[in-house]
Design a protein around this ligand. Sequence first.
Ligand code: ZN
Ligand code: ZN
Ligand code: FE
Length: 796
Amino acid sequence: MTHPPLAPRMNDQNSSRDEPAMGLLLRVKGIVQGVGFRPFVHRTASDLGLRGWVRNTFEGSEIWVEGPAGAVRALVRALQERPPPMARIDAVEATETNPKGLSDFRIDPSVHEEGEAALVSPDMSVCADCLREMRDPTDRRYRYPFINCTNCGPRFAIVQQVPYDRAATTMSRFNLCDDCSREYRDPRDRRYHAQPNACARCGPTVRLLAPSGHTLADAEAAIARAREMLNDGGIVAVKGLGGFHLACDATRADVVRRLRERKPRPHRPLAVMCRDMDAVRAHCQVSEREASELASPRRPILLLPRRVPSQPGATPLAAEVAPGHEDLGVMLPYTPLHEMLLEQGAPGCLVMTSGNRTAGPIESTNEGALRMLGRIADALLVHDRDIWNRCDDSVAVVRCGTLMLMRRSRGFVPLPVVLPAATKPTLAVGAMYANVFAVAQGTHAFLSQHIGDVDNVQTAEFQRESIEKLRAWLGVRFEVVAHDLHPDLLTTHLAMELGRGAKTVAVQHHHAHFAAALTSCGYSGEAQGLVLDGTGYGLDGTIWGGELLVGGPRRVRRAGHLQALALPGGEAAIRRPLRIAVAYLHAAVPEAQAMPLDLWHRAVPGEIEVIRRMVDRRFNTPMTTSVGRLFDAVASLLGVRDEVTYEGQAAIELEQLARGGHPHATDVRFGMIERDGKLVIDPAPVLRGLAKGLVARKSAADLAMGFHEALADAFAHASGMVRDRGGPRVVALCGGVFQNRILIEQTVAALAGRGLTALEPGSIPVNDGGLALGQVVVANAVVDDLAPNTVAGWET
Ligand code: ZN
Ligand code: ZN
Ligand code: FE
């Protein structure tokens, strides 16, 4: 591959030919390893007629350069202004010294030394250059499904140690052939030091296995056979970058149903992978911003509004893919293997769901996949490039022109979040649902890949194993171990175990959400935190989740909250919103008993009496201020859903219903009282209003919309009161409920109407996937003045 000459830079150099030579030592920090940075420096410096060397260090890259001052300056400018596409330059430190009289520019071997760890790039989708070669019959990598270069391919998935060199990856067992080796050693080649470099002669190969483990086909025949099976309605487990997917034709209802039955996964929407952007547009509406995000090297799953019906000419997707959902989770192929699997002749849109059994983490080894997925898939498309770090797909949505991440994993991990202040070496274990942990050191917090729901042994083991990998990789010894305040979580037990010899800090769930939101927005002043969430252990041992906090990481107080209500049967009620609706109506709107509500007929015989008795006798009825549970109750009351199979299902479907409703069509409202110096938001008037609305045969969609409006208005009103009494005017929106886009829009508007500014979610998930970041920040803010028998950071 040739590179355009650096014409203007050459002029720079010419104009400074008479200048005296200078020497400069540059230390470059950021993502500079495994992204073609050294060849870029070599090329640019050589074109500018400079001499010196570049090498990888533990911290990043080091460049020694000497020559005319103008050319040296041009090199520094090039580093900052046009680094290689996948590089990210965080800092360039320059020290001027005397020239040594070197004769050329070289790439020196890596140096291994102590210090802050170098950043490794996330996994990247196959680049356009590699795809072109893969489709070129004259290229030596024609139809080779592991083609990659310094601009693309696996990174995090295969890296075992830093500095990032081939020997420190799972590619170390493949010996480069002569041709690959030549590319690998040539600084002018696009594959110079591309650690996963390979070809059909020397690199990984693909195989199609029967569930018994017996080989059905090899190499290209394996892919062709897999494509045929997909065409014929088969389910194929496919080994990707960070783990296995289960794939099947997304247009065939019977096949998708079979996948759901076998997994089992009754309702939760399944992601799809579309052949290309045209295939995406056939089923979804795609803005320009969304298209560029879909095609970015990160290739997240993007939630896109569905086109119903599908474009004329396109085979419609099976309703079973995302039942009851207006949005579809869509991604484009991101490995060469995916590209070949989805070629013409195969279904243009495949269901591509994480290859795991319901409870466990994503499978990443061929043996594990045979054992766990052999009963679900009709065949397994495997390969022998081992996955060291498993990593699920990321999930995001484009909101107001920016990416709002709901799951931050492949393509983003292991990029660190930059902290406002240096921390002690810290482990934060997260909580339970959709868990992510964090390891922090200096000003970097490394959020882990998506771990999953840590409510079972396999997932807890996956978290333990991943913590150890990240710890070893960064070379840290934890001085602080942060965990959730809930004493019974598996992650809390893990923290106690890993925290021996360190300081363990319990961080209250919503305080962690609040701190994570402030940190991800780079806001360091005092703020209000509006935390609308599913479930989190409160200071008083009850379940919180509708909290108005004031303060920051170091010091926080509860200024207001949703009125606590009794949750019948605890965790069991979370799976049956109807029980919550019955209990809430019984406690808050006793007269609803006499109203002709549909709800009463949908309950099983005796159910209503049992729940009312439980609430009256306060038997097995934990109190909760959770807004997530209020959404559940309203969803059931409005007839959206009585039973859920995944966390947040009822709330998501209520939001969908509200999208069809008219704004300001109802006048339902929350109440507000002040108790013990706290603003208490009372849902009774809203529940009453909704019940009456149903009786008056108002549209359920309008009522759902009215509920969203009332909720946003009630909390914004409380925030306004806090501000009027001298509180801060900045309000951070956090907690899983704020994945609801209607609620964000309305809350932002309601706050703005009162002169308050909202900090909105973006690069860090607003759900529990961002919690560990907040735990890191809070734990470090309070660790030096921990008092016994108190929860750190709280004013009560
Ligand atoms: Zn490439
Ligand atoms: Zn080769
Ligand atoms: Fe939460």
